[in-house]
Design a protein around this ligand. Structure first.
Ligand code: SF4
Ligand code: SF4
Ligand code: SF4
Length: 227
């Protein structure tokens, strides 16, 4: 193949652009991995496959009655446009039939998963048990509930959630267990009794939905790691 002067310049420019893109892509990947926060919606396949399969259509966002799912913004690098749940703002309430999974057209959310028992979204840890109201002997306040209500009360299920939370005002807090959406709650979280009170312990069947993280009025008792 004969390459003339014009081609040399053209290929040179393309090579430089290609290298720049590769470098940029590398940076984006690193940026994304280093800054990953939040968890994927229920039924998400393994992360590499998820990134290939998700077409960023936002169907899972549209159908979530708790407004728990949002699409990542530009700060997420190459993850931009993919769905995430941020448990500090709103956990996943493991709705019947998992509508987000049903709505996903691409298989990024695995259609074989249709039940809370099959869901594993994150590893939840009790990282600051000493802050639990069960040990500090603090009762749930109106302010605590208002803070959670600020996460959103647009849909009927969100309104119902806040109404149920209001019933805890003035009570000893057991919110993380009482509001855990796993069908057999005691297999997901249970309380350990001590001479000074009680604190939660995460159990094997915990779905990693993040509801306890969202609702805990003490704020930082739990932490999570995406799986
Ligand atoms: S519905 Fe599926 S393909 Fe669409 S954004 Fe959600 S996970 Fe991605
Ligand atoms: S929600 Fe659970 S961990 Fe948080 S203060 Fe209440 S009992 Fe303690
Ligand atoms: S303990 Fe319950 S509320 Fe907390 S993440 Fe696990 S399943 Fe969800």
């Amino acid at each position: 193949m004969k390459i003339n002067r014009r081609d040399t310049v053209k290929y040179g420019v393309l090579t430089i652009a290609g290298c720049a893109m590769a470098g940029f892509g590398g940076q984006l990947k690193k940026y994304s991995a280093d800054n990953f926060t939040g968890i994927r919606p229920p039924g998400a396949v393994e992360e590499n496959s998820f990134q290939h399969l998700c077409i960023k259509c936002g169907q899972c966002v549209q159908v979530c009655p708790y407004h728990a799912v949002s699409l990542k913004d530009i700060t997420a690098g190459i993850d931009i446009g993919t769905p995430a749940i941020y448990p500090e703002l709103r956990g996943c309430y493991l709705c019947d039939l998992l509508p987000c999974v049903l709505a996903c057209p691409s298989g990024a959310l695995n259609h074989e998963i249709s039940d809370a028992h099959d869901v594993k979204m994150a590893e939840i840890t009790v990282s600051n048990k000493e802050n639990c109201f069960g040990l500090t002997n603090i009762t749930v306040s109106e302010e605590n509930v208002l803070k959670i209500a600020a996460h959103g009360v647009k849909s009927p299920v969100e309104k119902e959630l806040v109404e149920k939370l209001k019933l805890t005002i003035g009570q000893q807090c057991k919110i993380c267990s009482d509001f855990c959406p796993y069908p057999e709650k005691e297999q997901a979280v249970k309380f350990i009794e001590t001479d000074n009170g009680y604190y939660p312990e995460i159990q094997q069947k915990c779905a990693g939905c993040g509801v306890c993280i969202e609702l805990c009025p003490a704020g930082n008792v739990f932490s999570y790691k995406k799986i």
